[in-house]
Write a protein that binds this ligand. Structure first.
Ligand code: PXG
Length: 291
């Protein structure tokens, strides 16, 4: 495997960053998880726009223009001779001293890993996921904006741990007002009365690229789509429920806090959107090889 770090490619063994990098010392940095299908990087521009927005929000200067990051990402996939897989693109604050101040860090570091991906098992897509609400809340915007895809994932990791300890596979996170925000690494949707409903970004959700894509697919299919604050009650009593994320794609939810959702089986709207999403990922994206 060849890994990109700051303009050079390294073997897996030699792909290393400094212990003085503030990405390691403080989780000071931003990242993206990107998928590629059939030799094309899906929604590359959208991911890079979000990466640069996350960096802007935390006063982090990415030391190369967006086009160069795109080029490096494509090259990393090409060098690894991959057609389908997952990209982890990380920008850390860079090497500094043992103090919090990012002003001591001279230059941000960019690294890119392109690898194959381990999905939820095939049965999850057939049978649906078990979700449990976590006591751990989503970080409020005045603590750390949930719109920033930062290297601080402890909030979500601890929620994930709670969900697993409760016997579920994914955790449902609420905001400080008690409204549904999202899951630990996925956005959440319900279908109720023929409409597709998801919490607004302001409820504390990441502006997910899969979320946007699925909303556009639903609008195109003539489905009413709404962004509304949701309570747990709304999830429990939904006709259908699914999660979206780059890694998970569109994954049906069978159970939330022990309540069976709909018929337990993935519903017709969910199945249709799963299919439409698959079709889109198979045909769209920035080509890795034809250049
Ligand atoms: N919410 C959160 C908190 C996320 O981290 C999503 C929603 C979905 O967004 P996209 O743009 O992917 O549709 C995410 C992103 C992984 C991994 O490697 C995935 C995410 C985050 C961290 C790790 O599995 N998903």
């Amino acid at each position: 495997m060849k890994i990109y770090i700051d303009g050079r490619f390294h073997s897996e063994r030699n792909a290393k960053i400094s212990v003085f990098d503030h990405g390691v010392l403080y989780g000071d940095g931003v990242f993206e998880g990107i998928r590629f299908y059939n030799g094309r990087i899906f929604k590359l521009d959208e991911h890079l726009d979000r990466l640069f927005a996350s960096a802007q929000a935390i006063l982090l200067t990415i030391p190369m223009p967006k086009e160069a990051v795109a080029e490096a990402t494509i090259k990393t996939c090409r060098l690894n001779k991959l057609k389908d897989g997952y990209i982890r693109l990380v920008v850390t604050r860079g090497v500094g001293n043992l103090g919090l101040s990012p002003y001591k860090c001279k230059k941000a570091s960019v690294f890119i890993i392109a690898a194959t991906i381990e999905l939820y098992s095939e049965s999850v897509y057939r049978e649906g996921l078990k979700v449990a609400t976590t006591g751990t809340m989503r970080t409020p915007a005045n603590v750390l904006s949930p719109a920033v895809k930062s290297l601080n994932y402890l909030n979500n990791i601890l929620a994930k741990v709670e969900a697993i300890q409760a016997g579920a596979e994914e955790g449902l996170m609420l905001n400080a007002q008690g409204h549904v925000a999202e899951c630990t690494g996925d956005n959440i949707f319900i279908i109720k009365g023929g409409a597709l409903i998801t919490p607004p970004i302001t409820a504390g959700a990441l502006d997910g690229i899969t979320r946007r894509t699925v909303m556009a697919l639903a609008v195109h299919a003539g489905l009413p789509v709404r962004e509304e604050n949701l309570a747990r009650y709304d999830i429990y009593t939904a006709d259908e429920c699914f999660l979206t994320g780059t890694a998970a794609e569109v994954v049906p939810v069978a159970q939330v806090d022990g309540r069976v959702i709909g018929t337990r089986r993935p519903g017709p709207v969910t199945l249709d959107l799963m299919q439409k999403y698959r079709e889109l990922t198979a045909r769209e994206g920035a080509p890795i090889y034809s250049r």
